[in-house]
Ligand binder design. Structure first.
Ligand SMILES: O=c1ccn([C@@H]2O[C@H](COP(=O)(O)OP(=O)(O)O[C@H]3O[C@H](CO)[C@@H](O)[C@H](O)[C@H]3O)[C@@H](O)[C@H]2O)c(=O)[nH]1
Ligand SMILES: [Mn+2]
Length: 741
């Protein structure tokens, strides 16, 4: 294409209101500076009270940490990038030569990830507004389950009706479950849509009932087994951790017979359960993805790979085209390794009780990463260039031209599906990766619970850029955890993995001269979540205990030094509230989010931090606890009512309850102290403990749901009494120690 006709396929804007934000941030920094100065010049002398000196120094260190972390938070907001795409230009230039797309869906367990949900995701991506002969959908089933295979078989049949329906009526979203739940039923019964709507809905309900009832019984009946030769494979499966590779091409897109009910081609549909043997580590999702990369390279070898989790259905049929606007852009596209869409969740309650929306992360922070040229890969909703994902360095050229001329298309038409299956099986075997670079320099990286962030970062270390695209209509909708424990455990996994990346692949060392300093620092926002726990724990315990002990840690209210403390503290809260509401949240939601912020920092991140230390000492290994996507009915009822779910005895809850009780005790004591002060001439403003009491009251306020769960609630989601008793003992012991020691 001649250079002068060039119209870009995408556009980048920078953020609004940056100047006022920067001024505000500068004023907060001035406040932070004053706080630190105050700490240094007013340090209690060691002679008078050693305990006070220690408490004071610890607070100083915590504040130093918060100042550093605040700096990163500001950097993330410094220069965000916002993108939009020109899909019409893409069509005009490339409609005839659009590249192939291989779509990878990962599932791991038919009980926590029900097959019906999995195939809804599968159907939604099969139905992209894209030439179907260029789409191939691969499902990796780490659960190695014939139930999931059965659901896939049903999906391959239902697709023949579903795809034409989507095409004809341009329906959105294209996950049948989500569509029938959200789309209004056509009113006029005589329209074409209404007729087809009713029949396709019936068909879907039927598919759903069959899959769900089979899933419930937990086994495939003899009747069903006869429907497909693939079921025979399960005769050799001894358990989900011990079986051969199962590879079934359910729809062979190369085949002339692979057409839908209207004679249009169907996308290929492939089921893969890679080989699992007890003596080989399977490396969780990263292992699954790498098996998919290899198998797909032999079957379809599309230059673009889309990766979605099985719970993240496509809610926007144009996402493939959006992503291509970046990857095919003649000027800037070549250096882009991947296009990440935000993780948006479809199952949040009104006020998002567990702060799962990742609102600030997806609406603010990732745009900030993008401004520095490198949003992270967050594991789902990400379009990769196959070459960069496979480990290639960026060398200034990408093989766009090859895609167009179909040079990379190695599909051998003559091979029949069965032969192809047999050839590919070895690619998904346990021993294939022995003595290779897979999991190291090739494919997704092994050994880290957040393989996604690590893999994305390493791609950037190899010279590639990435792009974050956050369209109005979400590209993907997923399932957020619906219990407190799940949410905390998920964040534990994330913070643990992120911190491990910091320790083993530190951006400042490995990223030096490879990625910008801005991006190195910005990455720390996530990589350093875990150590945040220490400073936060200190802040929610020590000032309260010192209140009991009679050690004052903050200036009196009438002392001018109080200004920076109040300004920084409340200024930040006000900013975060405004930012949250500006991005579509409610005030209660913000409060919930803030509560979860404290909970995660004092539990998940603490455990994430400690696990890293244990790993360094060689005591433990990474694990990946798959987040459940379904819960019992009464649990989900409580979720709908936004009642926090405790119910199980977990050390995470013991910590939360201990902290909450501790602060409640201290507050009662503190108020007593405030009311019956020895010297009646000292008023509130001169009371040296006012700020500590305020801090403690805020903590008590934020913990109200926890006290309810401890003392008032009667339902099954209340705090188990074992946890309650333990925390009571711990909190009392801490108070007594502070008073007596
Ligand atoms: O051994 C495993 C474990 C998990 N998975 C799949 O990985 C995905 C993510 O698992 P989930 O339990 O839903 O974790 P989340 O915390 O919700 O996932 C986020 O965080 C993970 C890293 O911790 C990323 O892998 C995910 O893509 C990202 O969405 C799911 O599709 C699973 O089926 C596997 O395929 N094999
Ligand atoms: Mn998930």
């Amino acid at each position: 294409m001649a250079r002068n006709d060039y119209l870009p396929l995408f556009h980048t804007k920078s953020g609004k209101g940056l100047v006022s934000f920067r001024l505000f941030a500068a004023s907060i920094f001035a406040g932070v500076w004053l706080i630190l100065v105050h700490r240094v010049i007013h340090m209690p002398s060691n002679k008078g009270n050693t305990l006070a000196t220690w408490a004071w120094s610890g607070l100083f260190l915590s504040e130093l940490w918060f100042a550093f972390y605040y700096l990163i938070n500001v950097l993330v907001r410094w220069n965000p990038a916002y993108r939009n795409t020109f899909k019409d230009r893409l069509s005009l230039r490339y409609e005839k030569v659009l590249p192939g797309i291989d779509i990878f869906v990962c599932t791991a367990d038919p009980t926590v990830e029900p097959p019906i949900m999995v195939i809804n995701t599968v159907l939604s991506v099969m139905a992209y507004d894209y030439p179907p002969e260029k789409l191939s959908v691969y499902l990796s089933d780490d659960g190695g389950s014939d139930l999931t295979f059965y659901a896939m078989l049903m999906a391959s049949r239902f697709a023949k009706e579903w795809l034409p329906f989507c095409r004809k009526f341009k329906v959105e979203p294209r996950s049948p479950e989500a569509y029938f739940q959200t789309a209004p039923e056509p009113l006029d019964n005589n329209t074409l849509l209404a007729k087809e709507w009713t029949s396709i809905k019936k068909l879907y309900e039927d598919v759903k009932t069959r899959i769900e009832s089979t899933t419930k019984t937990g086994r495939i009946s003899g009747e069903i087994r006869k429907e497909h030769k693939g079921f025979l494979e399960w005769d050799y499966v001894s358990s989900r951790r011990d079986h051969q590779t199962i590879l079934q091409i359910l729809i062979d897109g190369r085949h002339a017979k692979a057409v839908d009910s209207e004679g249009q081609p169907l996308p290929s549909l492939i089921y893969l359960a890679r080989e699992k043997r007890p003596q080989y580590h399977h490396n969780f999702k990263a292992g699954a993805m790498n098996a998919l990369i290899r198998v797909s390279s032999r079957i379809t070898n599309a230059p673009i790979i889309l990766n979605v989790d099985c719970d993240m259905y496509s809610s926007n049929s144009e996402s493939v085209r959006d992503a291509l606007c970046f990857l095919l852009d003649e000027d800037k596209g070549k250096e882009i390794a991947y296009v990440q869409f935000p993780q948006v969740f479809g199952n949040l309650t009104k006020n998002d009780v567990y702060g799962s929306s990742l609102r600030i992360s997806s609406k603010v922070e990732l745009h900030g990463y993008d401004g520095y040229g490198g949003p992270c890969y967050v594991g789902s909703g990400c379009f990769h260039r196959r070459e960069s994902l496979s480990g290639k360095k960026y060398n200034g050229m990408a093989c766009q031209e090859d895609w167009m001329s179909n040079k990379v298309d190695i599909i051998k038409k003559e091979e029949n599906a069965h032969v192809l299956e047999e050839i590919c099986k070895v690619l998904a075997s346990c021993s294939y990766e022995e003595n290779t670079q897979w999991g190291k320099e090739m494919g997704l990286k092994y050994g880290c619970p957040v393989e996604d962030i690590l893999t994305g970062l390493c791609i950037q270390y190899r010279g590639w850029k990435s792009v974050y695209f956050n369209p109005e209509r979400p590209g993907f909708l997923g399932v957020a955890p619906t219990t407190l424990l799940q949410s905390l455990v998920q964040h534990k996994r994330w913070s643990e993995g992120d911190f491990e990346i910091f320790l083993r692949y530190c951006p400042f060392l490995y990223g030096h001269k490879k990625i910008s300093l801005g991006l190195q620092l910005t990455y720390c926002l996530y990589l350093l979540l875990a150590p945040n726990s220490l400073a936060t724990l200190y802040y929610v315990t020590v000032p309260s205990l010192c209140l009991l002990r009679g050690i004052s840690l903050f200036p009196q209210v009438l002392n001018p030094w109080v200004i920076p403390f109040v300004y920084v503290f409340f200024g930040n809260f006000a900013y975060s509230l405004v930012e949250f509401v500006h991005h579509g949240g409610t005030c209660i939601e913000w409060l919930n989010d803030t509560r979860m912020w404290v909970y995660r920092r004092t539990t998940s991140f603490l455990f994430g931090f400690c696990d890293n230390i244990f790993k360094l000492l060689g005591f433990s290994k990474s694990a990946f606890v798959v987040t459940a996507k379904v819960v019992d009915e009464d649990v989900s009822e409580r979720y709908e009512q936004e009642l926090m779910e405790f119910g199980t005895a977990s050390p995470l809850f013991t910590i939360l309850a201990t902290l909450a009780l501790l602060n409640a005790f201290v507050l009662v004591w503190g108020i007593k102290r405030l009311l019956i002060l020895e010297d009646p001439n000292i008023n509130l403003g001169q009371n040296p403990f006012s700020l500590q009491i305020i801090l403690c009251s805020l903590l008590v306020f934020i913990n109200v749901p926890l006290y309810k769960a401890l003392f008032l609630r009667k339902d099954k989601g209340r705090m188990p009494s074992s946890v309650a008793n333990k925390s009571l003992v711990f909190a009392l012991a801490a108070c007594l120690l502070a008073l007596r020691y």
